[in-house]
Design a protein. Structure first.
Length: 78
């Protein structure tokens, strides 16, 4: 499992810095992903952000947040 987690860390670290236009959306992904709607994504597309960039940064933010929470949990028990 540790090797897979380290691979995820490498992949997430390699993602380009998030574009400023995505910051509020990615904050939502990190903190309350259950509230993300199609309208959120559509607004980004209307603002000129490509679906590829939205997808790439959404996945990276979600995985990074998951890893952050995993680290916090492991730190609390270990």
């Amino acid at each position: 499992m540790t090797d897979s987690i380290e691979k995820l860390r490498v992949v997430v670290a390699a993602v380009s810095p998030e574009p400023r236009a995505l910051s509020p959306y990615l904050d939502k992904v990190r903190d309350r992903a259950y509230t993300v709607t199609d309208a959120d994504v559509e607004a980004l597309k209307v603002a000129g952000v490509s679906e590829e960039k939205i997808f790439e940064h959404t996945v990276a933010a979600a995985v990074a947040e998951g890893l952050r929470r995993l680290d916090a949990g492991l730190g609390a028990i270990g």
